[in-house]
Ligand binder design. Structure first.
Ligand SMILES: [Cu+2]
Length: 177
């Protein structure tokens, strides 16, 4: 008897899930982006310094280290911030891409042993009918290895992918923090 009861419950759950799926396809909502911006950053500040040191013929251990940058390889970083507004079912940002940097990651800032540290995260969760603010000291889109200077007034295109499979193209102005 008990086994039959469980089977019937499972059938009801399956029907309920099928119903949810049908509702989701007619939903127009989901995650949208408000107030995006990218922190201004220059890619060649460190490179110029190591070049000047090299011309003086004096190589400190520090200058020697930065020479491994080989000029065209930028180690400069920046970050993008925005508000993720969700007027649909719970979803998440699982990927970010941009042509301004060699690598783009989703990050959070956490306190560990009283030290603030950045950590890569698999996803930035956005609750149903809720919002998440990407801001300094919290979640952000990390731009690693800039391909060009990000000057105030420039525009950066970032493409976000949601767990539900939607892509969101964000045009973020560059600002000084
Ligand atoms: Cu970061």
């Amino acid at each position: 008897m008990r086994r039959i009861a469980i089977f019937i419950t499972a059938a009801f759950v399956a029907l309920a899930l099928a119903g949810c799926g049908a509702n989701q396809t007619t939903q127009t909502g989901g995650i949208t982006v408000r107030d995006p911006w990218v922190r201004a950053a220059m890619m060649n500040v460190a490179g110029d310094q190591s070049g000047a040191m090299g011309n003086m013929g004096q190589s400190t251990p520090m200058a020697g280290m930065s020479d491994h940058g080989h000029g065209s390889e930028s180690s400069a970083v920046s970050a993008a911030y925005m508000v993720l507004v969700n007027n649909g079912a719970a979803d998440a940002i699982v990927k970010a891409e941009s042509d301004v940097a060699k690598s783009v990651e989703l990050h959070n800032v956490i306190m560990e042993n009283n030290v603030m540290q950045m950590r890569q995260v698999e996803a930035i969760e956005v609750p149903a009918n809720g919002q998440v603010e990407l801001k300094p000291g919290s979640f952000h889109v990390m731009l690693i290895g800039l391909n060009r200077d990000l000057k105030e007034g420039d525009e950066v295109t970032i493409t976000l992918t949601t767990r539900s499979g939607k892509t969101i193209e964000v045009k973020a102005p560059v600002r000084k923090p």
